[in-house]
Design a protein around this ligand. Sequence first.
Ligand code: ADP
Ligand code: MG
Length: 316
Amino acid sequence: MIESRGLTKRYGTLTALEGLTLDIGPGQIFGFIGPNGAGKSTTMKILACLLKPDAGRASVCGLDIGTRGDDIRRVIGYMPDFLGVYDDLTVDEYLQFFAAAFQIERARRRVIVDQVLELTDLTPKKHALVDSLSRGMQQRLGVARVLIHDPKVLLLDEPASGLDPRARIEMRSLLVELGKMGKTLMVSSHILSELAEMCTSIGIIERGKLLYAGSIQDAYAKTRQAGHGERIAVRLEREGVGADAAKARLETDARVARVEADAANRTLAVELTAGEHGHHFVIEALVGAGARIAAFQPEDVKLEDAFLKLTTGALQ
Ligand code: ADP
Ligand code: MG
C-alpha cells in the first residue's frame, strides 16, 4: 500500500531524510517511531504529496507521488501533527465543512458526519465548540476529519502526542478499530511505548535514516542476537547452602552467558546466552546443588532495550 525507495529530502544543508526505503502492506498498522527531528513528519508530508522529495520515489496504493498526487489525495487521509485553529466552529460544523471540501453531496454529508462522530466517540460533543474540546477529543476530531472520504490509507502524524494516559488509551483503541476496518495505517510517535503493542510492524528512524523496519518480535530477536540474552533474577532462601556450587555449575554451562551474585551468593542474576530460551536447566542446577529457591523471576528483553540496542548499534 505504501512503498518508498531511497526517499531523500534536504532543507538547505540539512539532510532531513536520507534514502528511506519502506514497504507497508495492506491492513498493516505501521508504527513510525523516532525522536523529535528524526524525519517522521517530513516522510509523511512527502507521502501525502505535500512536499516533494529531492531524490527517490514512492507510491501509495500503487499511485506514484510524483505524477498522481490528485488521485493519492482521494485515497489517503493525512492528519498533520498540528490541528489548525477553528474559532467559533462547532464539531459538527467543522466536519460538515470538510465533507463539503471533499465534495461529498449535501444529502450524504449528514449521514457520513454522524458515522464518523459515532466511530470517534464524539457524538455527545457534536454541538460543542472545537476550541472547547480537550486535547484528546481534538485529536479524535482530527481522525474523524480524515475519515470523512473513507480513505484506504491513513497517515497519522503523532496522534497520541500530548495526551493523558486515558486519552492515549482511547486513541489507541480507535486506531485498532480502524485497523479492523481494513484500513492501512502509518502512525508516527516519538515515544516507543505509546504505540508498540498495537502495531503489526514498526520502523525506527533517527536523523533521517531508517534503522529498523519489521515486526516487534523480530526487533526482540535481533536484540537477543546482538548479545542481550534473557535474564533471570534468582533469590535463594538461605545464603551459602548450595549457592556456591549452583553458581559454579551455571558458570560452566554454555547456555549461560554470565552469572552475577552478591557477596553471600544469595541473589543471583543469570544472563542466558543470546538466543537461548528455557529456564529448566537453571532450576535444575540450583536444586541439584542443594540450594532452595525463594524467588525466580525471568525478565524479558524490554522493547526499550531493543530500541536502544538497535539505534546505538546502527550508529556506532
Ligand atoms: P520529526 O517529525 O521526526 O520530528 P521532521 O520531519 O519534522 O522530524 O524534521 C526533520 C528535520 O528537518 C529536523 O531537523 C527539522 O528541524 C528539519 N526541518 C523540518 N521541516 C523543516 C523546514 N520546513 N525547513 C527547515 N528544516 C526543517
Ligand atoms: Mg514531527
